[in-house]
Design a protein around this ligand. Structure first.
Ligand code: 0X9
Ligand code: ZN
Length: 434
């Protein structure tokens, strides 16, 4: 523990260098924010932490309200709030450990790592495993694909974010000219800070486009439709201003609060207090009404556009190694739950065989927490998806949301094993039916 607290001193020269170059100017929040790891030992303590997570927006509980058997709940605390949090923890005898005393130092290092990796960047080419890319860079790469793969890649701007960024949708096929094949639709970065998700979406694109023989089965009877960045404004904001931003950037009725949780904004069983919030200050703010965010409208439109042939909808998030199935809004199961479960089982088994990586799979309501208005509930409840799933990719870095560039390769290659196996299972089950 103590060695980590000296991290700041160790990297002082680098910090000074970045300060001089003006690098830090747009990157000043999270200075002196600490990361604590809490160990709730009873249901009562867990409940208390859940209440704290909701009551204090200044304490960013990272991965709170997850399963009971998960130990080590991490919380990111602002310097002004640290004292009162500790008082409460002591009062209720919750075990805690300081694991990092200034996250801004780490963020600075990661930024530097990323910038350094990008020195070699020659857009529109990108090295998926070599850096995290901005929305603008990702778009430039996507724009180049139809020209590079004229028979196999089709790019369409399906809508615009609140700040008028184009939301692009890539369709990949095998070039056999067959139209109206059933569809596997994958989106990522509905939550801005979950950077590994768009990286994985890009990796899937590269795999499918550059290795058509190896993945012939995946493309024979299916088109793959991929939107690597849904929450474009939020995602860009995490690159320029605030690394742990989750929501969109559209103002709310509360002048103090910006942004809505896109994954609480979908119009199926929207608006329940169990699983979403009406308070704009909260991270799970659901918006004023369903689909009042242009970005969720775009995903809705894609889902509806393909609703007569949507066999697999996969929404990429991080973190926690989960394959979460609908419903999120109730403890009941949808009619096709057991089919979906077998698809998830194929993914989890493939991963554990390949890397020993362990995924939990099942109803999101039970495995994680209730959600009202999430995109997978909408996909099954309204858009007729045969299989819909939220994939929570592995944690990385200090908070779980911030893997180092050097970890991208391990995470995306492992995840691909799982997605490939799940797609094969979907194809095995449903290809005939189309
Ligand atoms: O809360 C979410 O939107 C997802 N988790 S995340 O940590 N990426 O924010 C989970 C949504 C899946 N659905 C359910 N848990 N029911
Ligand atoms: Zn998420």
């Amino acid at each position: 523990m103590s060695s980590y607290t000296h991290l700041g001193l160790l990297f002082l020269p680098l910090l000074l260098l970045l300060l001089q170059s003006g690098e830090l100017l747009a990157w000043q929040d999270y200075k002196d924010y600490r990361v604590f790891e809490l160990q709730p030992h009873s249901e009562a303590q867990l409940k208390l932490l859940q209440q704290l997570a909701q009551a204090k927006p200044h304490w960013e509980f990272l991965g709170s309200r997850r399963s009971h058997n998960e130990t080590g709940l991490r919380v990111l605390v602002s310097p002004t709030q640290a004292g009162s949090l500790l008082t409460l923890l002591k009062q209720h005898q919750v075990e805690y450990q300081l694991i990092l005393d200034d996250i801004s130092v780490v963020l600075c290092l990661q930024r530097e790592e990323n910038q350094r990796s990008k020195l070699r960047l020659q857009l529109p080419q990108i090295d998926v495993m070599g850096a995290f890319y901005t929305h603008a860079e990702i778009n430039e790469y996507l724009d180049s694909l139809p020209q590079r793969y004229p028979q196999r890649a089709l790019l369409k701007t399906f809508g615009w974010s609140y700040e008028r960024r184009p939301l692009k949708l890539l369709t990949i096929n095998n070039g056999d000219g067959r139209t109206n094949k059933p569809v596997i639709f994958i989106d990522a970065a509905m939550h801005a800070r979950e950077w590994i998700a768009p990286s994985f979406a890009l990796y899937i694109i590269e795999e499918l486009l550059t290795k058509p023989e190896e993945h012939a089965e995946l493309l024979k009877d299916y088109d793959w439709v991929i939107m690597p960045v849904v929450n474009a404004d939020g995602y860009e904001f995490t690159h320029t201003d605030s690394r742990y931003w989750r929501k969109t950037r559209k103002p709310t009725w509360d002048p103090e609060s910006i942004g809505t949780d896109l994954n609480r904004n979908f119009g199926y069983m929207w608006g329940r207090d169990d699983g979403s919030s009406a308070d704009p200050a909260e991270e799970i703010y659901r918006g004023e009404y369903a689909f009042d965010q242009p970005e969720s409208q775009v995903v809705r439109d894609v889902l509806l556009h393909y609703s007569d042939r949507l066999h697999f909808y996969l929404s990429l998030h991080s973190y926690g190694n989960y394959l979460l199935l609908p419903w999120g809004h109730t403890s009941d199961f949808p009619a096709n739950y057991y089919d979906m479960l077998e698809v998830a089982d194929a993914g989890a088994m493939a991963i554990v065989h390949a890397t020993n990586g362990i995924y939990s799979y099942g109803s999101g309501y039970y495995l994680m927490y209730a959600t009202s208005g999430d995109s997978t509930d909408y996909a099954v409840g309204v858009a007729n998806a045969k299989v819909a799933m939220t994939m929570e990719l592995p944690a990385g870095g200090w908070t779980g949301f911030d893997p180092w560039v050097s970890h991208i390769e391990g995470i995306v290659t492992e995840s691909w094993v799982g997605v490939r196996a799940m797609a094969m299972e979907v194809i095995r089950r449903y290809a005939e039916q189309s």
